[in-house]
Design a protein around this ligand. Structure first.
Ligand code: ZN
Length: 268
């Protein structure tokens, strides 16, 4: 599933291309991709809108419109492509025809991704925790978000109300960088460990962003190319290979129903 660095890459690459453009037409190839309002109302709301800004909140792409907001959640296999012209694609779910003739296409093989039009995105985003790359997000804020939470670190990092934007890959990468075991409880962390976790989260996400995201299988950039961060992962997908810090073979274990890659020696 695309996580914060992948969605942020899409946002940064789409921003200069579509900001200021008008959406002249909306073609729903599979109306089930619209979560709200009804597909017919979605088309009516979206047609003729001008894209004022392209932003991100958690794993949502957020197109600020001249009236309301268009949100996209890619879920497992969703992709957004900017095409010079329409071309046949059996997995195209929705096409947005821009006033310069280009097509912003939502493609989704497994059909879990969703599109939303909302008059005001604030209530929609209210359940989400803070943005870990927000410069105002400090170690004290992470401590506050974790305080009183039951559960293990891996599950807490995946919980979008603790922090928005992290999924399986960057949770494992952050915990490896912090030297913390995925099954540690939040309550057992001391101040120094919280600080390490805060730093690990930010460094893992920034590294992913620097390489335009991680392509394990599905994720693509708007013009169709892959991200490059899969070549730089420290722990995710490295089962059996030596830990970059201590040489111990990395293990993959299913913990509370979630797979986790970690070093059994230097993550404590
Ligand atoms: Zn190690």
């Amino acid at each position: 599933m695309p996580e914060l660095p992948e969605v942020e890459t899409l946002v940064q690459e789409l921003r200069p291309q579509v900001t200021g453009r008008r959406i002249d037409d909306v073609i729903l190839h599979w109306p089930g991709c619209v979560a709200t309002p009804s597909p017919r109302a979605f088309i009516r709301r979206m047609k003729g809108r001008i894209i004022r800004e392209v932003r991100r909140r958690g794993k949502f792409l957020w197109f600020v419109l001249d009236h309301g907001a268009w949100l996209v959640h890619l879920k497992m296999t969703g992709r957004l492509f900017l095409l010079p012209m329409s071309e046949p694609d059996p997995h195209a779910r929705a096409d947005f025809v821009m006033d310069d003739g280009r097509i912003l296409r939502f493609q989704d093989l497994r059909k879990f991704g969703r599109l939303y039009w909302v008059p005001d995105p604030e209530p929609f985003f209210r359940p989400l925790g803070p943005e870990p790359l927000d410069p105002r997000f400090r170690p004290e804020d992470l401590a506050r978000q974790l305080a009183g939470r039951r559960g293990r670190l891996k599950a807490l990092l995946l919980n979008q109300s603790v922090m928005a934007g992290i999924g399986n890959i960057y949770a494992d990468e952050a915990l490896w960088r912090a030297g913390l075991h995925p099954m540690r409880s939040a309550a057992s962390l001391n101040g120094e460990e919280i600080r390490r976790l805060w730093k690990g989260i930010r460094e893992a996400l920034l590294a992913g962003l620097r390489h335009h995201g991680t392509t394990i299988q599905w994720y693509r950039r708007p013009e169709g190319s892959s991200g490059a961060h899969q070549r730089y992962l420290r722990v995710y997908g490295r089962a059996g290979r030596p830990c970059f810090r201590c040489g111990t073979p990395i293990v993959r274990q299913v913990l509370q129903g979630r797979s986790a890659y970690f070093c059994p020696v230097c993550q404590r």
